[in-house]
Each structure stands twice: as C-alpha cells, then as structure tokens.
Design a protein around this ligand. Structure first.
Ligand code: BMA
Length: 317
C-alpha cells in the first residue's frame, strides 16, 4: 500500500515486545507502561498488569536495550493498598514516570480506581522497590496525569485530565509541595464536531523538554458506531508558561493499524504512557499498550516531530 501520510513513529519489528506470557506470575494482560531510563542506562517499564478479577497493579520490567531481554519483577511492584488508601479499591492503572532532580526521586502519577471513580494519585520512589504515597491529588473523574520535571515559577506542575459532562480537556495545576494543588488552568481543549480529537483528549506520556518548548503526545478519542478509536496527536507548549500552546497539529500522527493494536480486550487502542530518549538526545522510544492487551514500541525523533508541527501545526484559535 502506498503511504500518503508522513510516518513519524516506526513500529518495532519485534512488537509486541511484552505480553502476559512473559509474566512470572498469573496475569491476564499487560499494557500502558510508564517508562524511564535509570542512571545506568537500563530501560525500566512500569507496566499495568490486569488480573482476572479485572483489577490492575503495576509491575516493573527492566531491559538493557529497551527492546528485549526484559527481566520482570517476580511479584507486583506497586500493589493497590485499599486498607490504607481506599482510593485504590479497584486497582492502580496507567503510570507516568517523571525524574525530579530537586527531590532526587521519581514521581509516579497513576490512576487510582476508587468507588467514586478514577482519580489521580502520586507516589515517590528512588528505586522502584519502595514507594512513598502522596495519596489522591485530583478527585474523580480525573486521569492521564504526569508531573513536569521541575518547578515553574516556584511550583510543581501537574498535567491531568478531569472529565465533565460536557467534555474531557487537558488541564495543568500547580503545587508548592505535591500535596496541595491549585491555580488550575486549561492547557489543551478537545475540539468539537467531526475532528479526530473531538470531545475527549488526554495526556499520553509525560511532556518531552525540547529547545523550542514542551512537546506533548496526546490522545484523542473518537466515538464511532463501532466503538472508540484512540489516536495520537502532537502539540508544543511554552517552556516558561506551559499552559500556553504554541502549536497543535491538525491531524493525528499515530493510530491503531497493526493487528496487536486492532484486536484484543479493547480493539483499536494505541495508548502510550511513557517515552525514553536515546543517547543522541533525539531518538524517542515510545512505549504503548496495544488494544489493552500487550506492550509495543515505536521509535521517532524529536527533530522530526518539531518539523512536522511546523508543517502541520498552528497556534490554537
Ligand atoms: C482509557 C484508559 C486506558 C485504556 C483506554 C482504552 O480511558 O482507561 O487505560 O487503555 O481507555 O480502553
């Protein structure tokens, strides 16, 4: 088939790179991993693992090259603790990892599935073995959250996606201490009508810092008669004022095409929660869940994404 659109992210030939069959203990599906590179260069994926009750926990998988040879923790790495944290009653999902130099810790933003619906919780860790929880920081319905790696004007900044009756937009909020949040600002609004990203958008991986701004990969959800379609777009935000959108692409740049994205527990989903940057400072390794059933990898380039935004993007109206 002749390709008529730019391909920004190339699927890895070894996809899917991780499935439940790779797990050392019973698991129904593994998907939507957070990602980071540890100081020694090891790629760590914090994977969402769903059991056969339908509840999720998080489990770390480590690999030297980020593609294969993953060593998976023999036990769940971050289990829900509903006794101490009632907001985790029905599981913990979709982690996004940010290294915060000031704290010398990773901050994991994840969805805590409570009786009142999904909310945003934070946990701090140095080693992905022990975690210090901050508890629920954004009440339901809210998810798709990630922290910026440093303070903006003296405050930590959290991107998240509250849902209202009308629509689901991406917001940014600020905090002096990671516990008390305020100064909420809309960051990227879902479009309306026929657009691929109408009515519901959400942050995908944490923002990528570039010379020209914060690069955002976000998902747009299109509701169709055949079900929801999850696709990915790009936007660029001001480094000093991250609620200010500089460019937003009109078209989606990645969507479900491969069999492992089109078929599974939830068809037609490509859902990344993490990227890592190559040693060249340009190569993006995007880790994503395929059809809520497996983990896949696609590789792109910061420069190419920025060039694409120059060609296909414009400042929002
Ligand atoms: C979203 C999130 C993701 C999931 C996606 C498709 O709302 O819950 O965890 O991958 O739906 O089911």
């Amino acid at each position: 088939m002749k390709r008529t659109y730019d391909v920004l992210f190339d699927r890895h030939p070894k996809n899917p790179i991780l499935t439940a069959a790779d797990w050392p203990y019973p698991a129904h599906t593994v998907f939507n991993p957070g990602a980071t590179r540890l100081r020694d260069g090891t790629t760590l994926l914090l994977c969402r693992v769903e059991d056969r009750r339908g509840h999720s926990h998080l489990c770390a998988a480590r690999s030297k090259n980020g593609v294969d040879g993953f060593v998976v923790d023999s036990q769940p790495t971050l289990r829900p603790e509903p006794d101490k944290h009632p907001e985790e009653l029905w599981g913990v999902e979709d982690p996004r990892i940010t290294w915060v130099e000031e704290l010398k810790k990773y901050v994991v933003a994840y969805t805590a599935f409570s009786k009142g619906g999904p909310g945003v919780a934070l946990a701090l860790t140095e080693d992905f073995k022990s975690f210090e929880r901050c508890g629920l920081v954004m009440q339901p319905d809210d998810k798709d959250a990630a922290l910026l790696p440093r303070r903006i004007d003296g405050n930590f900044a959290l991107i998240h996606r509250p849902v209202t009756d009308a629509a689901a937009h991406i917001w940014i909020s600020f905090s002096p201490d990671l516990r008390n949040w305020g100064n909420h600002k809309p960051m990227l609004l879902a479009r309306k009508g026929a657009w691929w990203d109408a009515n519901k958008v959400g942050l995908s991986p944490p923002l990528i810092e570039t010379e020209r701004g914060w690069l955002m990969i976000y998902h747009g959800v299109r509701h169709t008669a055949g079900g929801s379609l999850y696709r990915l777009g790009l936007a660029l935000f001001d480094l000093r004022q991250p609620d200010v959108c500089l460019l937003r692409g009109d078209e989606w740049m990645f969507g479900p095409e491969a069999p492992y994205e089109c078929k599974g527990d939830v068809a037609n989903v490509a859902f990344p929660c993490g990227t890592t940057l190559g040693d060249d400072g340009d190569t993006i390794h995007m880790y994503y869940g395929g059809a809520d059933s497996c983990i896949a990898l696609a590789t792109g380039s910061v420069r190419r994404c920025l060039r694409w935004l120059d060609e296909h993007g414009r400042p929002p109206a």
